[in-house]
Design a protein around this ligand. Structure first.
Ligand SMILES: [Mn+2]
Length: 376
């Protein structure tokens, strides 16, 4: 049996009431009788996860090594650490949240330790119950390159095998959030795969293709807190040999519109008591006279209250501008650095800032400052 999952976002909600939510899926997967686990990217919520989070991931992956599996390794395009195929192999690609261009990312470091195998324009072939299973994977690339990288790689299905392709991109009509960059359409997907598994999109979906199926397992923890996430339950797929979606332990998530105290109270009073506090998101109008502090205090027993005001402040305006230009936050940061700092290597500076390497930032600033003085 093969478990197919994605977007754990380990570390999401660290230091909040929800900090353990992202780990629920790990417990469930350890109880499952999987022979193989396929993972479609975004193992971590941040590219440099905290050690508290990294150690949970390592604990989970190490546990998989102690389990029984009927899977047999046949071959891989690249040299692999044999430790990674002990027990239940965990085959992954990295996602946009894990990716660190030109630097080792957390998924790659786990691969170095032999805890998983990460594919990037590569395939690995196994045998399970007398059937060949070929897993092809392309880790996340910036959306503007997605189609070119996929076409250049040109993955070819292995004859006579069950072929599964792992991706982590926007694929029209599946786009992570409105205004995101997108360069690939369903019709651009290569042919001949039994299953194409795409991570990145946080709500579960399935689409029939000509001969196979496109599946989106979705994230295993609510991170976007939009209407869609409130309507679709979290879980993962199992292939045994037919495809089934299995729900995991999760908080209930309600999304409502309300504008008066009465409306909010009416809604919250109906809320059933749950062992796990539900997430309750209430969208209110800009003009609403609701006192959010009072409501939060009065109803804090009901769940985790999140309010969304339909308001346009400077931050929202900037955000809309970024989306309109289809820049990622990083690309926008880089653009600002280029425009405002006249810095020689803004990319290096941005990477150091993202990695919270203050010594590196200091050294680079000093170096640039010196060069500027010498130029004058
Ligand atoms: Mn994700």
């Amino acid at each position: 049996m093969i478990s197919i999952t994605s977007d754990f976002h380990l570390g999401y909600g660290y230091n909040t009431e929800r900090e353990n939510d992202c780990f629920f899926v790990l417990d469930e997967l350890l109880k499952e009788q999987s022979d193989l686990i396929l993972f479609a990217g975004d193992l971590f919520d941040s590219r440099v996860p905290r050690l508290e989070v990294l150690s949970e991931a390592m604990h989970f992956l190490a546990k998989l090594k102690t389990k029984e599996s009927k899977i047999k390794f046949i071959e891989c395009d690249k040299k692999i650490n044999k430790r990674a195929i002990h027990g239940i192999p965990f085959i992954s690609i990295y996602g946009n949240h894990d990716r660190r261009p030109n630097l080792i990312n957390p998924v790659q470091s786990l691969e170095k330790a032999g805890l998983l195998i990460n594919l990037h324009c590569q395939k690995i072939v196994f045998e399970l119950n007398g059937e060949k299973i070929a897993i092809h994977g392309m880790s996340h690339v910036p959306e503007k390159y997605s189609k070119d990288v996929l076409n250049k790689w040109n993955p070819e299905p292995v004859p006579g095998a069950k072929n599964i392709l792992l991706l982590h991109q926007n694929i029209e009509p599946f786009i992570y959030s409105d205004g995101d960059d997108v360069n690939m359409k369903i019709s651009d997907l290569p042919l001949g795969f039994d299953l194409i598994v795409n991570g990145h999109i946080h709500w579960k979906n399935e689409v029939k293709l000509n001969n196979g199926k496109l599946i989106l397992p979705g994230s295993t923890v609510q991170t976007q807190l939009n209407k869609k996430e409130s309507e679709i339950r979290k879980g993962y797929f199992i292939l045994n040999p037919e495809l089934k979606f299995k729900e995991i332990k999760q908080r209930d998530f309600y999304y409502e519109k309300a504008n008066t105290n009465d409306e909010v109270e009416e809604f919250l009073k109906k809320m059933p008591e749950k062992e796990l506090n539900p997430i309750i998101k209430i969208q209110i109008k800009n003009t609403s006279k609701l006192d959010l502090n009072i409501i939060e205090k009065k109803y804090k027993e009901k769940g985790i209250l999140v309010f969304k005001k339909e308001i346009f402040n400077t931050f929202e305006k900037q955000k809309t501008e970024i989306l309109r230009k289809q820049l990622s936050a990083e690309e926008y940061g880089l653009k600002l650095l280029k425009e405002k700092s006249k810095f020689k290597d803004p990319e290096d500076l941005l990477n150091l800032i993202i990695d919270e390497d203050s010594k590196g930032v200091e050294d680079l600033l000093k170096k640039n400052f010196k060069e500027k003085i010498n130029d004058n």
